[in-house]
Design a protein around this ligand. Sequence first.
Ligand code: K7E
Ligand code: CUA
Length: 664
Amino acid sequence: MKRTLYILCSCAALLMLMNLSGCKPKNAGDATGSDAAEKVYVAPGKYDELYNFVSGGFSGQVSVYGIPSGRLLRVIPVFSVDPEKGWGFSEETKPMLNTSHGEIPWGDQHHLDLSQTNGEIDGRWLFANENNTPRIARIDLKTFRTAEIIEIPNSAGNHSSPFITENTEYVVAGTRFSVPMDYENGDVPIDSYKKNFKGTLSFVSVAPTDGEMKIAFQMLLPGMNFDLSHSGKGPSSGWFFFSCYNSEQAHTLLEVNASKRDKDYILAVNWKKAAEYVKQGKGRKVKANYAHNTYSEVTHSATSKMETETTLIDVRDFPDLVYMIPCPKSPHGCDVDPSGEYIVGSGKLAALIPVFSFSKIQKAIANKTYDGDYGGIPVLKYEAALYGEVKKPGLGPLHTEFDGKGNAYTTFFISSEIVKWNIKDLKVLDRQPTYYSPGHLTIPGGDTKKPYGKYLIAYNKITKDRFLPTGPELSQSAQLFDISGDKMKLLLDYPTIGEPHYAQMVPAELISKNSQKIFRLDENKHPYVTMGEKNSKVVRAGNKVHVYMTAMRSHFSPDNIEGVKVGDEVYFHVTNLEQDWDVPHGFGVKGNKNAELLIMPGETATLKWVPEKAGIFPIYCTDFCSALHQEMQGYVRVSVKESKVPISFSLGKNSEAADEMLKK
Ligand code: K7E
Ligand code: CUA
């Protein structure tokens, strides 16, 4: 009893510290050097050196910045609807947001990982996770568009995701909330957690040619919270490391109840072996129901397919797949250094950073240097897996990245700083304040075999006095540091979108050389494409009206439509006939309970409209596309339900009276 009380008390003290969320660092505000402005200045018309992909957290989207300028280049809609681009509003994109719960307009996007070949960034795809309704998205970096979204069944809170293996063989997904499995009756008392709640780690295969994702297998584990993960590389290739907390298996007041034990775990998972077992037909097929959505650049349309099965590997049946490494205390970040030998665990409540050695882990497994088991999974002895500890690094370590020169950089949430330390001798080399309470950080290639070093960006959770006040909420802030020298130098503060968690950075050249400028019209296989103005038309089929419309500078064809009736489902299929870079047209209809369309050159997109009253409804282009953009407009006449007005459409046919006026 006394002991529990003591532990509770010491926890309470730590928790109070956590709640301080950012002791104000000393010498706030004067940390930049005099040459900082020069280092982030990108002259007008010049390009940035790097792309920076930043997760949007509760915005559900991904944003793209140029570095070192910190200029926002693009917001890529992923898990949330985006009326600006018609994402989730056009008929073509709606299926992308489909799930087993139906269409979902919002997501919580935490982590990003760029595809890799041989452990190096290859510039093809960007993967993004969704935390709330477990999903993984693949973004095509030729078009900066979401190409695929797959739902993860038997999971809740897809947090340790979407981290990838060295050759993008797999992208992983680990449960944050353990729950009863989908194929079981979930209607159970919450306090039956220990018995009924389980965790899964999902391995989603990625096809090497077109990137198509497929849930290859799911590992079934005891109920707890899986947090973050990173793939092994080099010598640790074939292994994956996941941090987990709540090994106490608490289901209420986790703040206290999941902070009781001195150590939680990092899981070392032999995924190569698991994949072999699955190949041999081992594992159990279970019923599942999850959406798999893909977007085609040929039909310019998405399809959503419901999948019905996954393969489950119960790790208790395969004792050589998963090992648990004790890690102090409530670990969050789980990062593997470029050599693949060192695994860094960051205990949110720990006052040190443990660094584990892959070769020692292997030795401990071979010699069975165990410290009992956890739910049937062997627990390695802490000392047997440990390379060493970074002593007194700071308070509240969260995440670590690497510069490729033997150094690691860790964010400290509570003490609001970034600490640089040497991986070999575990000595602290430098510390710089951040404003305030950093979560993740990123270095270009910082989680790959080949970091590019030079810059580091910290993503701060709390902004406070760093920007002009904007009411109760301030935009979260990013801080750019120069890490090319011995000491880190603060260069720039800039606001971000949503709440950035993880981010990726990559030399611009790797992406920009492949960036697609248009969609070729002659390759457009959309079922409602209109190849040229002469083919534009309006067709009624029952209460559905299909408008085969074209757009080019500076008119729509047709632009006068009659015969639409109240209650009709009108589908405007707009084909942008342009074949020029950066000439989209927009499309909007008065009173439509939808959004606009933004149609790229060579693309077809569809806006649905159900008019509710009779009258004249203007349509217009929403994107200023030419000197005569304001002329890019038209009218739709809507008649009452009983009306006999036939469908008719035209372009350039003026009334006689108007033509008379023109002659004068
Ligand atoms: Cu914000 Cu990676 Cu979701 Cu840490 S997590 S900060
Ligand atoms: Cu087309 Cu404005």
